[in-house]
Design a protein. Structure first.
Length: 306
């Protein structure tokens, strides 16, 4: 069995070594143009050339949860496309989103600014009941985030394509229930995959349906957000602020207004990083299962886009 590794912006050495250790009977190499035919590829944002040169791949393993960079590429219909299934990301996402929501509701940003200016003064605490949090996308990551928010006793709502039942979470499903979901939220967390249906879904119309003084946490993809709409809604006071981990252009150009906007907290796409060891263990386990002829979790439905 032969495996190729290629991930843009990532040194291949530790991945290749890790895959060799996890699959001692495999021949594992970093991909280079003209590489000998392989059975599996482990990739992040590969060039079209890799797929064109490797038409016999049985499966392509994406070392992230979102496959929006892979789906536009041409690849044989029979090649399985497999995403990471948590692999250490959901706990990071839960940490990140809970801190963003708590920081806003406990006004920790306001306190930090005040103490830096030498002020030691208290504010009337806000009630978490007044901050229902809506999670868009109740998949591997969204479900974990919704459950973590429940632990802090926030009212939690969720929205997905197909109907769901989650303990303590009021669930909405499909386009028909989107407006009712939004109207029931003051804080909105986006954990959707980026697909033609969800591109630009965070816009003036949808964000305008949130309860006034709403707050946005986008940890999914920059393409979900219409950036000018966010700026206008912040100016108008419909939204109180936003925490953004992802942007349409990463990094944004130096003149981008989000860098220094007083109501926007920006982080460099770091809310849930790929955990190399956990990912290698998961991918190796799936390769072994596929070789035994067993099904694996995390196979992408290409028509659906995630
Ligand atoms: N910032 C970061 O560091 C980072 C890290 C990892 C992942 N991400 C992003 O997070 C996304 C979610 O990851 P995941 O593992 O939770 O994905 P997932 O398990 O595939 O879950 C996706 C969820 O979105 C719902 N959904 C998809 N299209 C929809 C639509 N048109 N309308 C309503 N709901 C829709 C799905 O509904 P159903 O349940 O009905 O199918 C599902 O609940 C990834 O795609 C990626 O873009 C970001």
């Amino acid at each position: 069995m032969r495996i190729l590794f290629h991930a843009i912006g990532t040194k291949p050495g530790p991945w290749v070594d890790g895959l060799r250790a996890a699959l001692p009977d495999a021949d594992v190499d970093a991909w280079a143009p003209g590489a000998a035919p392989a059975d599996y590829a482990v990739v992040w944002a590969p060039p079209q050339q890799l797929l064109d040169e490797q038409p016999r791949l049985q499966a392509i393993f994406n070392i992230g949860a979102g496959v929006d960079a892979l789906l536009p590429l041409r690849m044989p219909a029979q090649t399985l496309l497999v995403r990471l299934d948590d692999a250490g990301m959901s706990v990071q996402m839960a940490e990140y989103v809970c801190q963003a929501v708590i920081r806003h509701v406990r006004e920790l940003d306001v306190y930090e600014r005040a103490t830096r200016e030498g002020q030691w003064s208290f504010r009337k605490p806000l009630a978490r009941e007044d901050f229902p949090v809506g999670v868009m996308g109740l998949g591997v990551l969204g479900t974990r985030v919704a459950q973590a928010l429940r632990q802090f006793e926030f009212p939690v709502r969720g929205w997905s394509r197909s109907p769901k039942q989650l303990d303590g979470v009021r669930c909405f499903a499909g386009d028909g229930e989107l407006d009712a979901f939004l109207a029931a939220c003051r804080v909105l967390v986006c954990l959707l995959p980026l697909t033609p249906q969800t591109d630009g879904i965070l816009n003036r119309r949808t964000l305008g349906r949130l309860q006034r003084g709403g707050y946005l946490v986008n940890v999914a993809r920059g393409g979900h957000l219409v950036e000018d709409d966010l700026l206008a809604l912040l100016d108008e006071g419909q939204l109180a602020g936003a925490t953004l981990d992802v942007l349409r252009q990463e990094p944004p150009p130096p003149e981008h207004p989000f860098w220094r906007h007083p109501k926007i907290t920006l982080t460099p796409h770091t809310s849930a990083r790929t955990d190399r060891d956990a990912s290698i263990a998961q991918i190796a386990g799936k390769i072994r299962a596929l070789r035994r002829g067993e099904p694996v979790a995390g196979v992408v439905d290409r028509a659906r886009g995630y």
